[in-house]
Design a protein. Structure first.
Length: 313
């Protein structure tokens, strides 16, 4: 699916305002214009478009002058949203891919749905977005424009700093059959688990006061928290892992250029804009954001569950 760079990310997001199809989740829709009152990624791109000068050779690309970007078919909001009407894409991965192409001096981006990073690169993609650093040993992953972790979200009465003891006896909403539910079952937190068909329902319950917390993917939760009043991020249950851009181990020249380009995107603030558009003021996930009182052993159990489960968030 090839799209002219002059189409803005806002248009893609507007197309996604129909109920989006997500991998194992029902998240959204979101009106970005009403959520984030700042310069969009598309506007930042437009300011640079006329000055684009390629910094990579055509021989390093699948298509001369264009960046062919793989987007994993299993990816979910807010990294990727897919419109049910025309298949157009939006999200952090998409915004970051456009910004990356800008930094590489490329005026065109082609998006391709791929089953995995290695499969996408083998089939002609220059890069694949949204890849965990430990996800695929057959690829090289650079950058860390997002993080992956199991997040905890609380209502208006929740403390800004939650200890594991605060969760004991609390009603915790999770999506039925999800990675989060499976991981939570391995944590000896003595919570009163309440299951819902999708995360929209779980966050509705939290907003209504019938649940004390929601446990889900941190980025997915932050995306939904933007649509509900009085909901905030209170911590993670496991150690976060970095999410970056995958390239073929043989593409040394392109890898070096992408690494530099990602650094530029982060330094010039475009990466921060892309993140804020979709997850608001969610902080960078680090060891410091982890809920205290959750042992390293339990965090390992969460990691193992997330690595093997194929359910939703």
């Amino acid at each position: 699916m090839k799209r002219n760079r002059r189409d803005t990310a806002a248009k893609a997001a507007a197309a996604a305002l129909a109920l989006v199809v997500l991998a194992g989740c029902s998240i959204g829709p979101v009106n970005l214009d009403s959520l984030v009152g700042q310069t969009s990624v598309a506007e930042a791109r437009a300011q640079r478009r006329e000055r684009l000068v390629p910094v990579v050779a055509d021989s390093d690309l699948s298509e001369a002058g264009a960046l062919t970007v793989g987007v994993k078919s299993s990816e979910a909001a807010p990294l990727v949203l897919r419109s049910t009407t025309d298949g157009s894409l939006a999200g952090i991965d998409v915004d970051t891919a456009y910004a990356l192409a800008d930094a590489l001096g490329l005026s065109s981006v082609t998006f391709v749905s791929v089953p995995s990073a290695s499969a996408g690169l083998a089939s002609g993609c220059d890069v694949v977005m949204g890849v965990d650093a430990n996800e695929d040993a057959a690829v090289t992953v650079v950058g860390d424009y997002a993080q992956s972790a199991l997040g905890v979200f609380g209502g208006s009465s929740a403390s800004a700093s939650v200890d594991a003891s605060d969760l004991a006896g609390a009603t915790v909403a999770v999506q039925s059959g999800s990675v989060s539910q499976a991981a939570l079952s391995k944590l000896d937190l003595s919570v009163d688990e309440s299951t819902y068909t999708n995360l929209n329902e779980a966050f509705d319950a939290l907003s209504a006061g019938s649940a004390d917390y929601v446990v889900c993917d941190a980025y997915a939760g932050a995306y939904l928290a933007c649509t509900h009043d009085g909901i905030s991020f209170v911590g993670t249950l496991d150690d976060p892992s970095s999410v970056g851009v995958a390239l073929s181990p043989d593409a040394s020249s392109l890898t070096a250029a992408v690494r530099i380009a990602l650094e530029q995107v982060q330094e010039n603030g475009v990466a921060a804009i892309a993140k804020a558009r979709w997850v608001g003021d969610l902080p960078t996930l680090t060891d410091a954001t982890k809920v205290t009182g959750v042992s390293a052993t339990l965090a390992t159990a969460v990691d193992a569950t997330a690595a093997t489960a194929t359910a939703g968030q």
